[in-house]
Ligand binder design. Sequence first.
Ligand SMILES: Cc1cc2nc3c(=O)[nH]c(=O)nc-3n(C[C@H](O)[C@H](O)[C@H](O)COP(=O)(O)O)c2cc1C
Length: 386
Amino acid sequence: MLRYLTAGESHGPALTAIVEGFPSGVTIDFKLINRELERRQGGYGRGKRQTLETDRVIIDSGTYHGVTTGAPITMRLINNDAKLERLQEPSAPRGGHIDLAGSINYQTGIRQVLERASARETAMRVAVGALAKLLLSQLGIEVCGYVVELGGIAAPPLTQDLAIRDASPVYTLNPQADPSIVAAIDAAKASGDTLGGILETVVTGCPMGLGSHAQWDRKLDGRLALAVLSIQAIKGVEFGLGFEAARRPGSKVMDSIQFDEQAPEKDRTFGFRRPTNNAGGIEGGTTNGEPIVIRAAKKPISTLASRGPSINMGTKQPQPATYERSDVCAVPAASVIVENVVAFEIAAAVVEKYVGTSLDGLRVSIAATSDLARRHLAEHWKTSTS
Ligand SMILES: Cc1cc2nc3c(=O)[nH]c(=O)nc-3n(C[C@H](O)[C@H](O)[C@H](O)COP(=O)(O)O)c2cc1C
């Protein structure tokens, strides 16, 4: 079982994760992990905090000469902006945050809960997801995320060229939409407001058969949705056509099945073809070999420079909500976070299905399982005609 936990406060000394069950034999590419961390800190519309932190991952355990050993991996990020004990207790809780419910739930002040609830924690989730990507890429599985809408401005992908996304100030694959989006962020900032958006992540190269239909908590779409919805400010998740499917008749939703007689012997989907991918790569909680397409809706930042109305916790009299240094728009960053948490869940599903303690073991197991499926396809239907 591949799993992880994170620890750390936004302005504490460090963020930490322990990743357990990660296979041996994967070479750590610090450059790749740090590049993902850097992307999370970037994107047009971020606040001053991102200029204070330069996230560089430290790995304290679970590797030998830069290669994973199968032992728990401890990952750490030092907070340059560590000042937890010097920060003031906010007097008026912010709507849209843990401030009020959390301090009542844990019988603490507001500071204690907001520090842990902060999206700074997602830096660790990106580091862990980037580690997972190192494993996935060795198995031919690629995960990529980008922005498809921001502040109500649509930016459908016009290309699959990631160099375009990486050159985009708002991480879209649509350079035509970028100037309007940047202008919308500027306008929101000028009026003390904030913007949300929609992120898409696509996973390619997944073997058919990750996840399971057999029990609710093993369904891969459910696991992915949990991981993505647990990201701060993500309020909706959809696969493939998503909510649009609810508006169409079944004939315009169901992906038909075809067979390619000319498919190569080692074809990844055993010769079966889907002319459409409305399901977004998952049917019955199980990957069907098509790209997994998952979209997430991120709400606008709740901390407003214009400070929304709130209550002073001492006097119970109206008072503007406390202002914590804040982003105007973190949608580009959220696309990086979604991409990386999805990568981790896919890696976890791979390790679970193929029971891998090592990278080589996973390779052998994936190949053997494919051979088994081919044998099943050749033999099981011999006697069946209808
Ligand atoms: C990358 C990222 C950056 C964020 N930055 C801020 C921020 O600067 N100010 C803020 O009020 N909320 C920010 N948020 C959102 C809050 O963390 C989140 O809304 C809050 O913790 C409450 O959780 P919930 O929205 O999931 O209910 C950010 C979220 C993400 C994903």
